[in-house]
Design a protein around this ligand. Structure first.
Ligand SMILES: N[C@@H](CCC(=O)N[C@@H](CS)C(=O)NCC(=O)O)C(=O)O
Length: 229
């Protein structure tokens, strides 16, 4: 089979797939779409994904949309370096943490990060301030889960990948100049959550990691968690 990935720079769902491909050491053809050029609205891409969202993965004639569906597909098709656990108990734990991110981590991070990233802070500042304690609670929980390394079973899994990409969105927002007066208490992460930084370091040390970093984040990019230690 030959894998093709349609993705966009800065899309955390797309970053999940890029990391999964790196962890599994799978070669693929990259199609980097430009949001600003409207690539996700073009008919040729809509033919693959009618919702016009990245990531989209092709494997031969098979087309898969939705990042979590893509991770599950890759794990089934290419089981080497499993991402959803090695035992039924691990599989349950990985899915639990993945879905906790979708249901709790992501909305909590987004409530604080999106107004900073998308320039709506003036309208949403009160909501951002109200979201800080919930955000700290999510980071506390993450820190507990990575205190001794990977989240599940002593190996990287989809749970680590999903939480890491979400954390990166938060780091990027928290290091924006506009965040300075907000007292988010998030940056530098190592002050309160050193275990999270150690865990992020381990992901960033993976072979192939560098190629997954969103291209437009590289230059003038927000500091990575690794640079705090
Ligand atoms: N639930 C989807 C979310 C995909 C998504 O929202 N992608 C955004 C980028 S983060 C996108 O492609 N937006 C393009 C657009 O709306 O034009 C997944 O996990 O794959």
């Amino acid at each position: 089979m030959s894998i093709e990935l349609y993705w966009g720079s800065g899309s955390t769902p797309a970053w999940r797939v890029l990391l999964a491909l790196a962890v599994k050491n799978l070669p693929y053809t990259s199609h980097l779409l430009s949001f600003s050029a409207g690539d996700t609205r073009k008919p040729e891409f809509r033919a693959l994904n009618p919702r016009g969202k990245v990531p989209t993965l092709k494997d031969g004639d098979l087309v898969i949309n939705e990042s979590l569906a893509i991770l599950a597909y890759l794990d089934s098709a290419y089981p080497d370096v499993p991402l959803f656990g090695r035992t039924p108990a691990e599989t349950g734990a990985v899915w639990r943490y993945v879905m906790e991110f979708e249901s709790h981590g992501n909305p909590t991070i987004s409530a604080v990060a999106r107004p900073l990233l998308f320039g709506t802070l003036a309208a949403d500042e009160q909501k951002v301030r109200e979201g800080v304690s919930a955000l700290h609670a999510e980071l506390d929980t993450l820190a507990e889960r990575v205190a001794s390394g990977w989240m599940v079973g002593g190996a990287i899994s989809a749970a680590d990948i999903v939480w890491y990409c979400g954390l990166q969105q938060l780091v990027r927002a928290a290091t924006r100049p506009a965040a300075e007066g907000l007292d988010l208490g998030v940056w530098p992460l190592a002050t309160r959550w050193p275990a999270v930084v150690r865990w992020a370091n381990a992901i960033e040390a993976l072979p192939g990691y560098d190629a997954t970093v969103p291209p437009h984040w590289r230059e003038g990019a927000a500091p990575s968690p690794e640079r705090t230690v």
